[in-house]
Design a protein around this ligand. Structure first.
Ligand code: G6P
Length: 368
């Protein structure tokens, strides 16, 4: 075990630090010299997605959170309506599926029973199935029509980190691929996106190097009874993922909220000292998020802000801050989730928990 963990105390920390490499590997061979995205494994799929008029993204846990980001990206770049669903709910709600529906199932292990069952149900109803999975030999890969492999390598820690960012990257690449096919993406945004994707591994390295503040904050929340994660736009699904990560391994209760929705209930739970992690990476929603931060601050919250380098004025609105490198706003989730992974890791470390094998949870759940 220790040999495999190398210099790291836990697999989770090792896997967090592998992300620059796993992002590079997931991009490898999928972007050509003209900045076009192609998937060698989709060679047999040429034109297969031309008629698609509706997409569902179906998954569980962390993979579901990747799907939430994925749905926004696909809609934005292709204008095809996309809906994300939790696999254990999807097939019981009689979704409208036709032969022009594409169902994208996302699964690190490729063996999750709920996701596999949703795949089978969608196939019975005539949908085309694309699997995004880290295990190309898995049941989900075998039963799908098309497979995009995330190249995260084996993930040992129960709490998923590198598989999640690889899933996000797979969604960015697939969205560009679909947009190329349907000619819905302007040249300028296309090249900015590809350039931005290629820069991500180095930017993640930077986030990992500047983790000191996040580490101190994580240690400070170990006694907290409850925490809130807030964000707008793509920061909201990232908040959901940060909150899940924290619950999984620290056992501290937390909730993620769309920042604008706080005032409709959750604000009642903010007391003096309640830790709030506020994501503010969306520049077009920045002012609105800052005013939501002020609302929780005014009720005594202790706020850790996560924003883009340069937004120094946020320092006046929060108690602690973590800057992520500037990127296209659409790509920020890959950078913003890294400090959240570290917060959950270091909070759990301070609590002395079994980080790689949290209580009551399994890496892959093969029962429904
Ligand atoms: C389990 C794991 C989670 C994971 C979920 C879905 O609950 O503990 O970390 O996100 O299953 O797993 P999958 O392999 O389908 O991505």
């Amino acid at each position: 075990d220790q040999v495999e963990k190398g210099q790291f105390e836990h697999f989770m920390l090792k896997e967090i630090h592998e992300q620059p490499l796993t992002l590079r590997n997931t991009m490898l061979g999928r972007i050509n010299d003209r900045d076009e995205v192609s998937f060698p494994e989709l060679a047999h799929a040429a034109g297969a997605f031309k008629d698609v008029d509706k997409i569902f993204i179906v998954a569980c846990g962390t993979a579901y959170h990747a799907g939430l980001v994925g749905s926004t990206i696909i809609e934005k770049l292709t204008r095809i309506p996309v809906q994300s669903d939790i696999a254990s709910e999807f097939r019981y709600r009689d979704p409208i599926i036709t032969d022009r529906t594409l169902v994208i199932v996302v699964s690190q292990s490729g063996e999750t029973a709920d996701t596999l069952a949703a795949l089978h149900e969608s196939r019975r109803n005539g949908a085309k199935i694309l699997a995004i999975t880290n295990v190309p030999t898995s049941s989900i890969a075998r039963d799908a029509d098309y497979v995009i492999a995330t190249k995260a390598g084996p993930e040992i820690a129960v709490a998923s980190t590198k598989a999640y960012t690889a899933q996000l990257l797979a969604f960015y690449l697939f969205s560009i691929y679909l947009a190329q096919e349907r000619q819905t993406l302007g040249k300028e945004l296309h090249s900015e996106l590809v350039k931005g994707l290629k820069t991500l591994p180095v930017q993640v390295e930077k986030v990992l190097e500047n983790a000191d503040e996040v580490k101190l904050f994580a240690e400070s929340i170990k006694e907290a009874k409850s925490l809130f994660f807030i964000g707008r736009g793509l920061d909201y699904p990232v908040a959901l993922e940060g909150s899940l990560k924290l619950k999984e391994i620290s056992y501290i209760h937390s909730e993620a909220y769309a920042a604008g929705e706080m005032k409709h209930g959750t604000l009642a739970l903010i007391e003096k000292g309640t830790p709030v992690i506020a994501l503010a990476t969306h520049m077009d929603l920045y002012e609105k998020t800052v005013s939501n931060i002020k609302e929780v601050k005014a009720r005594g919250a202790h706020v850790m802000g996560i924003t883009v380098e340069g937004n120094v004025e946020l320092l006046n609105a929060v108690d602690e801050i973590c800057f992520i490198p500037p990127s296209l706003q659409l790509l920020a989730p890959i950078l913003a989730v890294v400090p959240l992974q570290l917060i959950s890791y270091y909070a759990s470390l301070a609590l002395g928990n079994d980080i790689d094998k949290p209580r009551n949870l399994a890496k892959s759940v093969t029962v429904e």
